[in-house]
Design a protein around this ligand. Structure first.
Ligand code: ATP
Length: 379
C-alpha cells in the first residue's frame, strides 16, 4: 500500500504547539484504522527567517506539491520582516494558496454542546448549539490578497498613497461558486431555521464591480442546481444578521477578504478562534490539492505557555481526513475523520479537560492527550 504523504508545517509561535496535538491525533487514527501515512515536517515562517535568513528551505514547495495533503499551523512573527518590510513567512501561506491553486477556503462554524462564549471576560451561553452550524466558503486566490504577488513597493514613509487592487474574475468566481454548490449538495447541509439546503452569497454588489461579476455568476450557476435554494445578502447586513440569527445559514460563499474577516467574526459563535478549523482545496478529484489549518494566527501573546486551544487544529485534521477519504474513495479515512470529530464532541460534553479560551484550565497537550484517549476508548 503506497503511504499517503502528509506535510506538516507548524510555522510560528502557537502554530507548532497546536499542530503537534493534531499530529498526535492523526497518528492515533492511523494506528487504529491502518491508514499508512508518511508524515514529513517542514520548518518555515517568520522565526525561521530570523534564524536562517530564508522563509523556508529551497525545495519545500516542491515537497508540498508532491504531498497528498498539508497540515498547516500559523505563520507570523511581529519582528520578522523581509527587506521590503513585508511580513516574513507570508509568502509560504499565500504562495501555497496561489501555486497549488487552492481556490476554495472552506471554514465551518459549528457550536458544540458544552462550549461557552467568552464575552467581556465572562463565560456565558449566548448562542444555542442547535442554531450554529454553517460553513463559509471563501474565494482564496483572488480579491484583495492577490496584489502582493504582482508588484509591491517598499513600505516606508515616502509612500504617501497606495491603491490595493481587488481582482475578481469570472473564472475565479465561477469555480468557487461551483465548488460551494457541490459542497452544499454533498453535505446536504440544512438551515436550523427552516431546514433548507441553502447557499447564500455574501457580497457588496451595490457598490463594487467585482461583486457584480460574482453575483452574475452566482445566479447563473444557481439555475443549474435546483435542489439548493440560492439567496444573497450584502456583506454589512450579513455581519449583523449572522450574530442575531445564525440559524438562517447553512452554506455561504463569498470573496476573499470578506470571507477572511467574516470567518474571524463568526468564530465567536463557535467559542472563538481556538474552535475554528479550515480546509483550502481545489476540488475532490484524485489530483487535487488540500491544505488544512486552524483559521487563527500565530498568537504571539499566548505562545510558549501551553495554553493555546488545539481543537481548531484537531478539527482541521478531521477535515483533512474527510477530504482524503472523499478524494480517494476510502472509507477508512472517512471513518477516521468522524472518530476525530466524535472525540472532540465527547471531550466538550464531558467538560473536564477544556482549554482556557472556552472556560477550562487544561493545557494544550492535555487537551490533545484527552482527545487521543477518547479516540482510543471508542475504537
Ligand atoms: P494573525 O494576525 O495572523 O491572524 P494573531 O495571532 O494576531 O494572528 P489571531 O490568531 O486572530 O491573531 O488571534 C486573535 C486572538 O485570539 C489572540 O489574542 C490570540 O491569542 C487568540 N487565539 C488565537 N488562536 C488561539 C488558540 N488556538 N487558542 C486560544 N487563543 C487563541
Amino acid at each position: 500500500m503506497t503511504p499517503i504523504k502528509i506535510i506538516a508545517i507548524g510555522g510560528d509561535f502557537i502554530g507548532p504547539e497546536v499542530v503537534n496535538e493534531g499530529l498526535k491525533v492523526l497518528k492515533k487514527v492511523e494506528e487504529i484504522n491502518n491508514l499508512s501515512l508518511e508524515i514529513t515536517n517542514i520548518e518555515g515562517g517568520g522565526n525561521y527567517y530570523l534564524n536562517h535568513g530564508v522563509e523556508w528551505e529551497e525545495g519545500s514547495y516542491e515537497q508540498c506539491k508532491k504531498a497528498d495533503a498539508i497540515l498547516f499551523g500559523a505563520i507570523g512573527h511581529p519582528k520578522a520582516r523581509l527587506p521590503d518590510n513585508h511580513i516574513a513567512g507570508a509568502n509560504i501561506i499565500l504562495g501555497l494558496r496561489q501555486r497549488l491553486d487552492l481556490f476554495a477556503n472552506i471554514r465551518p462554524t459549528k457550536l458544540y454542546l458544552g462550549v461557552k462564549h467568552k464575552l467581556s471576560n465572562e463565560f456565558r451561553q449566548i448562542w444555542a448549539p442547535k442554531n450554529v452550524n454553517f460553513t463559509i466558503i471563501r474565494e482564496n486566490t483572488e480579491g484583495l490578497y492577490s496584489s502582493p504577488f504582482k508588484h509591491r513597493p517598499k513600505v516606508d514613509s515616502s509612500l504617501i498613497q497606495v491603491i490595493d487592487e481587488r481582482l475578481i474574475s469570472r473564472k475565479g468566481s465561477k469555480r468557487v461558486i461551483e465548488l460551494a454548490f457541490q459542497y452544499a449538495d454533498y453535505k446536504e447541509s440544512r438551515t436550523p431555521f427552516d431546514n433548507v439546503n441553502r447557499l447564500t452569497a455574501i457580497h457588496k454588489s451595490n457598490l463594487l464591480l467585482g461583486c457584480q461579476i460574482f453575483m452574475d455568476e452566482f445566479y447563473s450557476i444557481a439555475s443549474l442546481h435546483k435542489s439548493i435554494v440560492a439567496n444573497d445578502i450584502l456583506v454589512d447586513s450579513f455581519a449583523q444578521d449572522v450574530l442575531r440569527s445564525p440559524e438562517k445559514y447553512s452554506t455561504c460563499v463569498t470573496t476573499n477578504s470578506f470571507g477572511d474577516i467574516l470567518t474571524d467574526l463568526v468564530s465567536t459563535l463557535a467559542g472563538g478562534m481556538g474552535m475554528a478549523p479550515s480546509g483550502q482545496i481545489n476540488g475532490w478529484s484524485s489530483d487535487s490539492h488540500g491544505m488544512f489549518e486552524p483559521i487563527h494566527g500565530s498568537g504571539p501573546d499566548i505562545a510558549g505557555k501551553g495554553i493555546a486551544n488545539p481543537i481548531a487544529a484537531i478539527l482541521s485534521v478531521s477535515m483533512m481526513l474527510e477530504w482524503l477519504g472523499r478524494k480517494q474513495s476510502d472509507d477508512k479515512f472517512l471513518i477516521s475523520a468522524k472518530s476525530v470529530e466524535d472525540a472532540v464532541i465527547k471531550l466538550l460534553q464531558k467538560g473536564d479537560t477544556l482549554p482556557l479560551d472556552i472556560g477550562g484550565s487544561a493545557k494544550t497537550d492535555q487537551v490533545g492527550d484527552a482527545i487521543v484517549e477518547l479516540i482510543n476508548n471508542s475504537s
